[in-house]
Design a binder for this molecule. Sequence first.
Ligand SMILES: [Zn+2]
Length: 260
Amino acid sequence: MRQFQPGQPILHAYILAAADADVREKEATALAAAMLCTADGARPCGQCRDCRKVFRSLHPDVICVDPASGSKHPVFKVDQIRDVSADAYIMPTEAQRKVYLLRQADTMNPAAQNALLKLLEEPPRSASFILAVERAESLLPTVRSRCEIIRCNTESDALPAEAVQDAEVYLSLLARGDAVGLLRFSREHERGDTEAIQAFLTAVLRRLAAHLAGDQPLPGLSGADAVSAVQRVERCLEYLRSNVSARHIFGVLSLTKSNR
Ligand SMILES: [Zn+2]
């Protein structure tokens, strides 16, 4: 849990990234409490009136916004961001500021993210925002640059070393467009069990995210190719959840950039 030391300023906007939904909610609540806590020591203290209300989900100045339930998937709509924006100019009821917790903020489409960006560029003085997401990289770089990113690494986030290594090998083959190498790699891995394949796919996604964020570039892989690789791997994770055969999944993964 993130704690703020005495005198440490609280920013207007945070991205709270955690793969696990429960961890995300818990950390977001603690962060909201820290933002409103009136203690002189480390915040959240968990004892003051504001902390207690936040932890019991009773604080009138913590406003949780969930994405609208769409036809298939929940989506954060631009109108919701506009509502938040209008509301953010109204003064808080009890605390020094209002905290808007946007759950599943990674379901915002670009229009909604651009509306949010306007709000983050000139935030009302008494409003703060927590964008709770699975992966920070799913938000536009312009939005990310306006926020401090807090990444919560939980134990379930740790991946087996083998999956991480395999991801590195796979992505270097993909970056080179090595069709033969990709086929061989796929043949060798299609017998893995579901858990191993899931770990591998997750490792590939994380590595691509680090590449796209500019943290750890993968030589030879353009941004557009990385984005399409992310889409492909996400599709494969979906296949895995729907019990599509490993052979088919690796068939999809073995396509090079040029022949997909
Ligand atoms: Zn407190």
